[in-house]
Design a protein around this ligand. Structure first.
Ligand SMILES: Cc1cc2nc3c(=O)[nH]c(=O)nc-3n(C[C@H](O)[C@H](O)[C@H](O)COP(=O)(O)OP(=O)(O)OC[C@H]3O[C@@H](n4cnc5c(N)ncnc54)[C@H](O)[C@@H]3O)c2cc1C
Length: 455
């Protein structure tokens, strides 16, 4: 693609991270621990991606069992500890099956991502979108971005694609599978927040169990044309506010401008159907209203890059361990796909015996590349494995591993495949990452953790 006539600026960096979601932000912070220049580019005006655009719960820190183990550590802990300093966090018991959730205030998290990135020396460029890639040498690329009226370029020695949609890999011509091609793609969800909820009245009327019954009744009887009969609705850090993940939008392609436009419109339409339902049917919600919709519709999967290794369902369900594992995951397969009967329910399958599997470093290296890593929801996994390994504690862990690996490859002047895996694992362990299932059970009782999150 020809942009040269309108290039307004040219930057250079050592490590370029594209996309500042949970994966990209942690990748940039990790990479900045080395002596190299790190630049993080983000299309919106704040960091965090899905973590701040629409959600408020980190899953994946703990295995979802009766005796939960904490299996993620290192830089993800820094994020949690910063939230804890200002009381913008609490641990939510395992009410929805994905394990103990780390609930946070997403608005505060935006400010914390800024601080962690800036204080660690990451050069940040917001409101800038990757639009093309040009290879300029064996191990260097020139990446084109668009901002306002013009284009600018960044020439980089190493690139970490954390765009969620694998935009960099797409433009660099690296191989990928598009969700929906082989198996139904997971649904999309506009999340919404409601204020002025009387949580005491809600609990007195039966709480989450009652809500599930009421949703099922409304769905079956058609009194409220809800898209599904279940969903997560939980309290937030902000008093009397709840956050709901219930909207279900299927059959639109989020990579297609027309598809994502229709999906956004449908997501908002469904959100207000839920508002009517909550106000009319659910005790405690009579005087509540929606105070915020997610910044954009939540997209669970689009492109999944083909890497040097592809994580499979068998790896997850056999709790497989790998020589080159760089983090752990114990989350179940949680597949929000269209149900066979069209009622769109969620499919769950758990790692046996509350265990965890290891995720190989090779899942972060795209095939046919030398100086690139892919992290976050576009990493190398099959549909089912991705449906397990996509919680934010895991996407942060991918970023952590790729950030340290990029530094190592510059220090040793080698490509992504050439780094010494033992050294990377030592670096990770030295920073607090967890690479083996601990024997110790974590204390996740809310009272024991709320004032002193010993993460
Ligand atoms: C509705 C929904 C509910 C979920 N619920 C939970 C939950 O409760 N807990 C949990 O742990 N996980 C949950 N997940 C999964 C988890 O949130 C995601 O898998 C994870 O956040 C993905 O992180 P990421 O960094 O890979 O991508 P993203 O968070 O999508 O970040 C990608 C970033 O790249 C930017 N970007 C994209 N393209 C470009 C470009 N061309 N140029 C520049 N920047 C670009 C984006 O703006 C974004 O900031 C949920 C996901 C969804 C969609």
């Amino acid at each position: 693609m020809e942009f040269s006539a309108s290039i307004s600026r040219k930057y250079q960096t050592d490590i370029l991270v594209i996309g500042s979601g949970s994966a990209g932000s942690v990748a940039a912070i990790a990479a900045a621990q080395g002596k190299f220049k790190v630049t993080l580019v983000e299309r919106y005006g704040f960091a965090g991606g899905t973590s701040t655009q629409m959600l408020d719960t980190f899953y994946g820190f703990f295995t979802p069992s009766e005796s939960p183990k904490k299996i993620v550590g290192g830089i993800p802990d820094w994020v949690v500890n910063e939230l804890n300093k200002s009381g913008d966090i609490f641990l939510r018991p395992n009410t929805y099956g994905a394990g103990t959730g780390v609930n946070y205030n997403p608005e505060k998290l935006k400010e914390i991502w800024d601080r962690l990135l800036v204080n660690n020396g990451v050069e940040l460029l917001f409101h800038s979108t990757l639009v093309s890639v040009e290879k300029t040498g064996e191990l260097s690329v020139c990446v084109f971005f668009h901002k306002g009226v013009g284009f600018f370029t960044i020439t980089a020695k190493r690139v970490i694609d954390a765009s969620g949609d694998a935009d960099y890999c797409y433009w660099a011509g690296l191989p990928y599978e598009k969700a929906g091609e082989l198996e139904p793609a997971q649904s999309m969800t506009t999340t919404f927040r409601m204020s002025n909820v009387d949580l005491e009245a809600f609990e007195a009327a039966g709480g989450k169990k009652m809500l599930k019954t009421k949703m099922g009744e409304a769905y079956d009887s058609g009194t409220h044309p809800l898209p599904r009969k279940e969903g997560s609705s939980h309290e937030m850090c902000q008093p009397k506010c709840i956050s709901t993940v219930a909207v279900k939008v299927v059959d639109f392609d989020p990579l297609d401008p027309e598809g994502i436009t229709k999906a956004e419109i449908e997501g908002r339409r469904q959100s207000f159907l839920f508002e009517d339902f909550f106000r009319a049917e659910v005790p405690g919600y009579e005087y509540s209203k929606i105070i915020g919709l997610s910044h954009q519709i939540g997209v669970r999967e689009t492109r999944r890059v083909f890497g040097e290794y592809r994580l499979t369902k068998e790896d997850c369900m056999e709790a497989k361990q790998f020589e080159d594992q760089v983090f752990l995951c114990g989350a179940p397969i949680e597949d929000h796909r269209k149900g066979a009967d069209g009622s769109s329910e969620t499919y769950w399958q758990y790692v046996p015996a509350g265990g965890s599997y290891g995720v190989p470093y090779r899942t972060l290296i795209p095939k046919e590349s030398m100086n690139t890593w892919v992290v976050g929801r576009c990493f190398s996994a099959t549909h089912d494995a991705h449906a397990s390994c996509r919680s934010m504690a895991q996407t942060m862990s991918m970023g952590q591993a790729a950030g340290f690996a990029a530094v190592q490859s510059l220090e040793k002047d080698c490509d992504a495949k050439g780094i010494a895996i033992g050294e990377l694992q030592s670096n990770l362990l030295g920073r607090g990452a967890i690479l083996e299932l601990p024997t110790q059970v974590a204390d996740t009782s809310r009272n024991g953790w709320s004032n002193n999150l010993k993460l």
